[in-house]
Design a protein around this ligand. Structure first.
Ligand code: ADP
Ligand code: MG
Length: 392
């Protein structure tokens, strides 16, 4: 689960980490009031969306005139922001941050995340802040410093100094950075985070280190088991994929992808294999969907509706291996869904396992226009071909 910049900064400030002074506004009037309260002569207006790259996309602007700043904040609210990290529709802007404009001397990069290969929390830093860290990693990997935290020792002060000196900071700044990293690490562990990313971390004209941007991701597992209630309350569903939210309400593991073939599968491994084989036959999956082991006909119906709610879907591949789940029950779900929802794309069904004959019989007797397939490769080939055939 991602947090908004203002929420992330709030968590950081609670730990004594330096952030610019600022306020959140949800209307033009609130923005104007915030500008007045901040005073000064430079204001930064920042769209609050769950996506980076806002600056380049026109979602962050530094202004030196109160009216212009208030007008710009007002103009962002209610719009959608498209950045290179969003899809073409972009993310809705329901809040903006109004911050004091800082005089920036240097822009650095700092993050903390879990390195799965090393099985450790690692801290990544670079003097090349403000740019995409992926680009720095690709073009100038020597500019990236990585330290790993031993889980029983925790983050050590010497590691903070190591990062600080590598970034070319002076003695006072190294002290600030060391304290900052220790605050990050405590926050990371106590709040079950999977990412803290500060890009940029800046040195201001007074030589102080300040987190100018902040991204925090919370481990979804912690939220699901109810461990992080305060963070869970910060969830903003308007920033999430509506279809994924709806699927989660029905306990369906669904992820929107950008292909054209909808997949309904039971079991995450089989779902992955199904997506792969669709690619092998020249198609592209429109989603990942695991309907789960103990599924019901009603859930299958809902899954169908969710898949079909995407305008991208030009064909559907149902691939069910009935181990715990019975094929006849899946067939009932498919039939109910097809009767309920208007389906105008080809549907290929591959059923295997418990009660497969009963399942196939139900589908055959239904009189519905479903394409049966005996094995997975054939099913993938059929669905890709059926979609191709329909193309003008
Ligand atoms: P994003 O990463 O989504 O583009 P940032 O918060 O990093 O958004 O802002 C983009 C750029 O805007 C920063 O790299 C910085 O140059 C400038 N900026 C952001 N906040 C401030 C601020 N408070 N004062 C001065 N400049 C700022
Ligand atoms: Mg940034």
């Amino acid at each position: 689960m991602n947090l908004h910049e203002f929420q992330a900064k709030h968590l950081l400030a609670e730990r004594g980490v330096s952030i610019p002074r600022g306020y959140v506004a949800r209307s033009g009037a609130e923005a104007r009031a915030a500008i007045g309260r901040l005073g000064g002569d430079a204001w930064v207006i920042k769209a609050q969306v769950h996506a980076g790259g806002r600056g380049k996309a026109g979602g962050v602007k530094v202004l030196n005139n109160e009216d212009e700043a208030a007008d710009f904040a007002d103009s962002l609210l209610g719009q959608r922001l498209v950045t290179k990290q969003t899809d073409a529709a972009g993310q809705p802007i329901e809040a903006v941050m109004i911050e004091e404009g800082l005089a920036i001397e240097r822009e650095l990069y700092l993050s903390m995340l879990i390195d799965r290969a090393r099985q450790r929390v690692v801290c990544i830093a670079s003097a090349a802040g403000g740019m995409d860290i992926e680009e720095v990693a690709a073009t100038a990997p020597e500019q990236i410093i990585t330290i790993e935290v031993h889980p029983s020792a925790g983050l050590q002060p010497y590691q903070g100094r190591q990062v600080g000196f590598a970034l070319g900071l002076d003695k006072r700044q190294v002290g600030e950075l060391t304290a900052m990293l220790q605050s990050f690490y405590q926050l990371f562990i106590e709040r079950d985070l999977s990412l803290i990313e500060i890009n940029p971390l800046v040195v201001d004209s007074a030589g102080s280190l300040i987190c100018l941007d902040a991204k925090i991701t919370v481990d979804d597992n912690a939220i699901e088991v109810g461990k992080q209630q305060q963070l869970a309350a910060m969830r903003d569903l308007s920033q999430e994929d509506a279809t994924e939210v709806r699927a989660a309400e029905h306990q369906l593991n669904y992820i929107t992808l950008d292909g054209n073939i909808g997949c309904m599968v039971n079991g995450a491994g089989l779902a992955m294999a199904t997506m792969d084989i669709i690619q092998v036959y020249g198609g592209a999956p429109a989603n990942f969907l695991d309907v789960g082991g103990g599924t019901s006909a009603a859930k299958v119906t809902e899954a169908f509706k969710i898949i079909l709610s995407s305008p991208r879907v030009e064909g559907i591949l149902v691939n069910i291996f009935g181990g715990i789940v019975r094929c006849d029950m899946i067939a009932e779900g498919i039939i109910a869904a097809v009767r309920e929802v208007e389906i105008n794309v080809p549907v290929v069904v591959r059923l295997e396992g418990t009660n497969v004959e009963e399942g196939k019989q139900l589908l055959a007797d239904s009189g519905l226009d479903l394409i049966p397939a005996a094995d997975l490769a054939y099913a993938a080939e059929r669905v890709v071909a059926a979609v191709e055939q329909r193309r003008p």
